[in-house]
Design a binder for this molecule. Structure first.
Ligand code: AGP
Length: 613
């Protein structure tokens, strides 16, 4: 997820662009750049491009907050790297050789590799590792005096998601834009017109905006805005007045980043899965693990912290069942010191959203010291863990601002599902039909998550009843135990309510003594083979006074024979159920904390990335 902005009008553009990018830094902040039409040469306008690695303040310092860059029309970009590490050359704007066309992009071009190879065969020279540079070269190739025609041609050739801001060098004062699946708005004012990824970027200048629909092309001048469809027919578009204040706007109208990121999960999961499905099959060539290497793996050792550790716990259950090789799971802080003994042909998998967690990085180094290959599942491109691993599976969740992870967690689950299928195929445990069925179900997960989110009011109502609990227990068996761990952590880290997750079968070995009247116990039950056993555990706690919330899949209506309250999630293949059952658990935690009036996004004592021991 990146932030794009554009302005054309009567004022100096660069300061407006930088101000807009500053409001979009929550969308990405590893590098930034602007491109402005400037009369460097008296004879003709040229496009000046200024880019910098690091936070936006570097660009502010380079341009004296934009004052040193003349010109009244330009575009800007703040980056969250997906293709190509954070660097000046990989930052946007991207352009073809002579800046005939200059582009900023938010999204992922899924077929960029094949397009790039074709362009290179035709003699195009690339300087960056980005998918966006391919867009610049394609537009340069298609452009022959008609920008709308060039953009229309582009739309027929690229697959994936994009919101593009485009300058054509021989069109000074004009900005072009187009979107598919990535957000884009247009703003208008007496002082000029704007494009942006999101409202906060332009709220200071105008509240008069148009939310652009998919596959609509826009042409802006300082005085005029025109809309076209992919067939170049002109369209009429409605503008609306934004009522949000700036703070609400940064969260897309949500009260907290956490809720916004909970709602971004369908897109984050889709963005993580789709580019890895080619012709109906899982394709993880990016890992650079040969079939021989994959089939030679005899054991997997997973290492992580916190929620990422819960993904590893989930992975163990579903990988051992699907792939039939032993999967060990360790907390990174334990693994790094316990002098682990790893068998030969053990693949070590380290999972980390930030890629900077000190314990996880140390565990990676310990594994490499022992001579093992390390595969990292990471959300931040170019982070330490990503750089030091032997291969990296990037989750494309976009920047996660809230300390409590949600969308990154869900994309990590998607990553381990894809890894399991690839490992299963390599070991002959997953045949073509099984793969096809799993791929089809994986591609349905986003819409199923959306369906759960549509019922948030039921969860909010329930959460408000328990905002003042002192203890809340989560119990589950198998995969549901791993989900219980995540539900418990989510709750305690943002509500400060003591909570424990327990393997339901273990309760009777001591902990059940803590159950007394009114204590909330959340029973997670999506695994049919273990369902009746979990129900028995819920009866055990209920008979000791507990109030029982059941979280299960539609169809398991006998949950209501024992639960005081039941939340249902759509049915899915049981090995993927964790992706659905975690959604109500996230919402439960969020609304309990909200009910207590706490700072949900920045809980006390916590940091988004624990870069110290
Ligand atoms: C999760 O909500 C917590 N913020 C925390 O447990 C986190 O998962 C853990 O610190 C690991 O972080 P990482 O994924 O960036 O390595």
């Amino acid at each position: 997820m990146c932030g794009i902005v554009g302005y054309t009008g009567s004022s100096q553009a660069a300061p407006i662009l930088l101000d807009g990018l500053e409001k979009l830094e929550y969308r990405g902040y590893d590098s930034a750049g602007i491109a402005v039409f400037s009369k460097k040469k008296k004879s003709e306008p040229s496009i000046e491009v200024i880019k910098a690695k690091g936070r936006l303040k570097v660009l502010f310092e380079m341009t004296d907050s934009g004052k040193s860059v003349k010109g009244t029309c330009g575009i800007g970009h703040t980056r969250w790297a997906t293709h190509g590490e954070p660097s000046v050359v990989n930052s946007h704007p991207q352009y073809a050789k002579d800046k005939r066309v200059v582009v900023v992009h938010n999204g992922i071009i899924e077929n960029y590799q094949e397009l790039k190879e074709r362009l290179m065969r035709d003699g195009c020279e690339f300087v960056s590792a980005t998918d966006t540079e391919v867009v610049a070269h394609l537009l340069d190739r298609y452009y022959d005096s008609d920008p709308i025609d060039a953009i229309s041609k582009l739309m027929y050739h690229v697959r994936g998601s994009y919101a593009l801001g485009i300058l054509f060098q021989d069109r000074p004062g004009e900005i072009y834009a187009v979107r598919k699946d990535s957000p884009l708005i247009v703003g208008r004012s007496s002082g000029g017109n704007f494009i942006a990824s999101d409202v906060p970027a332009i709220l200071k200048y105008t509240r008069d905006v148009c939310f652009i629909e998919n596959q609509v092309i826009v042409r802006l001048t300082g005085k005029d805005i025109q809309f076209f469809d992919v067939d170049k027919a002109e369209l009429k578009k409605e503008f609306t007045q934004i009522q949000w204040d700036t703070e609400a706007a940064e969260k897309g109208g949500f009260k907290h980043f956490m809720l916004k990121e909970i709602y971004e999960q369908p897109k984050a999961v889709r963005d993580t899965i789709s580019p890895r499905i080619k012709d109906g099959k899982v394709n993880l060539e990016e890992l650079n693990l040969s079939q021989e290497e994959l089939s030679s793996i005899r054991r997997i050792q997973m290492v992580a912290c916190g929620s990422a550790y819960h993904v590893c716990m989930t992975a163990r259950y579903m990988m051992e069942e699907l792939v039939r090789i032993p999967v060990d799971v360790d907390l990174a802080s334990e693994f790094r010191y316990r002098k682990p003994v790893l068998e030969e042909n053990t693949l070590v998998i380290v999972i980390s959203q930030s890629g900077e967690t000190a314990d996880s990085l140390a565990a990676l180094r310990e594994a490499k010291k022992l001579g093992h290959k390390v595969l990292a599942v990471v959300n931040v491109v170019g982070s330490s863990i990503a750089r030091e691993a032997d291969s990296v599976f990037y989750t494309w969740a976009g920047p996660e601002i809230s300390v409590a992870t949600t969308k990154a967690y869900s994309t990590q689950l998607a990553a381990v599902y894809l890894l399991a299928i690839v490992l299963g195929k390599a070991r002959g445990m997953v045949d073509e039909q099984a793969e096809a069925e799993m791929v089809e179900e994986l591609q349905r997960l986003p819409e199923k998550i959306e369906r759960i989110l549509e019922e948030k009011e039921r969860i909010q109502w329930f959460a408000n009843k328990f905002s003042h609990s002192k203890d809340i227990f989560f119990i589950g068996r198998g995969l549901d135990y791993a989900s219980s761990l995540e539900g418990s952590l989510k709750l305690k880290e943002i509500s400060y309510i003591h909570s424990e997750a327990y393997a339901a079968g273990e309760l009777k070995h001591g902990t059940i003594s803590l159950i007394e009247d009114g204590i909330l116990v959340v029973g997670v039950a999506t695994q049919s083979e273990l369902f009746e056993k979990l129900i028995s555990n819920m009866v055990e706690v209920k008979s000791r006074g507990a109030y029982v919330l059941g979280v299960t899949s539609y169809g398991n209506y006998n949950m209501e024979d024992v639960a005081n309250y039941t939340i249902y999630v759509p049915k899915t293949m049981e090995c993927f159920a964790a992706s659905l059952v975690v959604i109500p658990l996230q919402l439960l935690a969020y609304y309990v904390a909200l009910g207590k009036g706490l700072d949900v996004d920045k809980p006390r004592n916590l940091a988004k990335s624990v870069t110290v021991e």
